[in-house]
Ligand binder design. Structure first.
Ligand SMILES: Nc1nc2c(ncn2[C@@H]2O[C@H](COP(=O)(O)OP(=O)(O)OP(=O)(O)O)[C@@H](O)[C@H]2O)c(=O)[nH]1
Ligand SMILES: [Mg+2]
Length: 447
């Protein structure tokens, strides 16, 4: 338990209906008694006057006192909802500091929650994911992680490894004895099971990135096909210049957009002209750069004209899993069907909006397929988790090779412990202050 009581604004600075100031630590009960005359009953929102240490009335507020350990941080905690005037909120915070609190650093409330065993590290990270979730899917993944879904999966893998360790432990004490063939087989089977489970979790990293950063969706196609018109249609306002002249878009334009349950980073690009002029070439080079790292491709084709081929390096990236061909300008007569292509296609009009609902459905389906199937659960690990899982995999593979080669049992144990440590890091069974500093620094103040 910390000796210091910390305080911070829990809501952003700005004018709003409400603002929340909170404090956590051993002084909360005493502070509440000093400010309000008596400590409010735990977990009961209490309407009261807030007077500062000089007796000045600052605001009428709703104070909620949580007695530790039943609080977010696991300590005594005081939450004060005041009117959402930044001056009032600041004055209340300043008063708490004057009364002996220390200003909280970024993520310090969550850090205390973690240190006091209220949540594991993956859950603390989920709190941040929840705050930053930009789409329904991101929200669902964050909520599940907050409820311990990742922790449970890791718990199962850890248990599997502990069983293996227990099985070989007896032989470690007697270096001359070899693991009997039967036990060796059981150990191999169990290691394979843990390796498969680890690989399944690792495979969710890409989807995790898509959820956290947005799905990089690039609009490509020949000049004048209607790419910018489509971007404008999807974002709902005239973001990009549109003109009947080919070569209008020179630089790429990026807009975030919620489409169905997903968040997209939609990128409009310069048209891909098979015979470009000098300036066009520069724009195309940027399109190619963007295409190399895109997750999803919307290939816009003017359906009234013959369809020119894409540059080979772009075409090579397109698969039925990540690309849609959009036959645009369906409102005009004389449109032609797509020459045979393995890519799914649909007919739209960026001008009238025809086919747009179907486009949303298709994009949702493709984006959902990026998710590695976990049944009902959405697991979407972050870069820190992926790093730990990769290290666990290395240890497990080394262990596996040693068992197969009938190596000495005691050498095996250190690899298994390495894998266990790596699993443990994800939930936060670590005593690495620097790593915790680094992690919680990315949180906001007051969380
Ligand atoms: N009739 C019709 N015209 C369209 C449609 N979509 C785009 N256009 C027209 O086609 C022309 C080119 O549209 P843009 O959206 O600028 O095309 P672009 O692909 O961004 O072109 P560049 O930036 O030059 O590569 C404009 O005159 C648009 O109004 C459509 O669905 N139907
Ligand atoms: Mg354009």
């Amino acid at each position: 338990m910390s000796a210091e009581t910390i305080a911070a604004l829990a809501t952003p600075v700005g004018t709003a209906a409400l603002a929340v100031v909170r404090a956590s630590g051993p002084d909360c009960a005493r502070l509440a008694a000093a400010i309000f005359g008596k400590t409010p009953s735990p977990r009961i929102a209490t309407h009261a006057d807030y007077r500062d240490a000089a007796g000045q009335l600052l605001d009428d507020v709703v104070a909620t006192y949580y007695a530790g350990p039943r609080s977010y941080t696991g300590e005594d905690l005081l939450e004060i909802s005041c009117h959402g005037n930044p001056f009032i909120a600041q004055s209340i915070l300043q008063d708490l500091l004057n009364r002996g609190c220390r200003a909280a650093t970024a993520g310090e409330f969550s850090r205390r929650a973690f240190l006091n065993g209220r949540m594991d590290l993956s859950q603390a990270e989920a709190v941040m994911d929840l705050i930053h979730a930009r789409s329904q899917r991101a929200l669902a993944a964050a909520n599940q992680q907050l409820r311990g879904s990742l922790g449970r999966h890791l718990g199962e893998l850890t248990e599997g490894l502990l069983l293996v360790l227990a099985r070989i432990e007896a032989y470690i004490d007697f270096p001359d004895e070899d693991l009997p063939a039967e036990d060796r087989q059981i150990v191999l089977t169990e290691l394979d099971r843990v390796l498969r489970g680890t690989a399944r979790l690792l495979a969710t990293h890409h989807y995790g990135e898509l959820l956290r950063d947005g799905i990089k969706t690039i609009i490509i196609g020949e000049p004048n096909a209607g790419k910018s018109s489509l971007l404008n249609r999807l974002v709902g306002h005239d973001r990009a210049l549109v003109s009947p002249e080919p070569g209008t878009t020179r630089d790429f334009i990026e807009e975030r957009l919620i489409l169905g349950p997903h968040c997209l980073r939609l990128i409009d690009t310069a048209g891909l002209n098979p015979t470009p002029a000098a300036l066009e070439k520069l724009g195309m080079a940027k399109t190619l750069e963007r295409a190399a790292e895109a997750d999803l491709f919307l290939w816009v084709v003017d359906a009234t004209l013959p369809c020119p081929p894409l540059p080979a390096e772009v075409a090579a990236r397109l698969t039925p899993e990540n690309a849609l061909v959009l036959l645009n300008k369906s409102d005009l007569s004389g449109t032609r069907p797509l020459p045979s292509s393995a890519l799914p296609h649909l007919t739209i009009s960026a001008l009238t909006g025809d086919g747009l609902p179907s486009l949303t459905e298709h994009i949702t389906r493709l984006a959902d397929a990026f998710r590695q199937d976990q049944g009902e659960e959405i697991i979407a690990i972050n870069a820190r988790h992926a790093d730990a899982l990769r290290r666990a995999t290395e240890c497990l593979e080394t262990a596996r090779a040693k068992v197969s080669a009938q190596g000495p049992t005691e050498l095996l144990a250190s690899d298994l412990r390495g894998a266990l440590d790596a699993f443990g890091e994800i939930a936060g069974k670590i005593d690495n202050e620097r790593m915790l500093d680094h992690l919680f620094k990315t949180f906001c103040i007051g969380k």
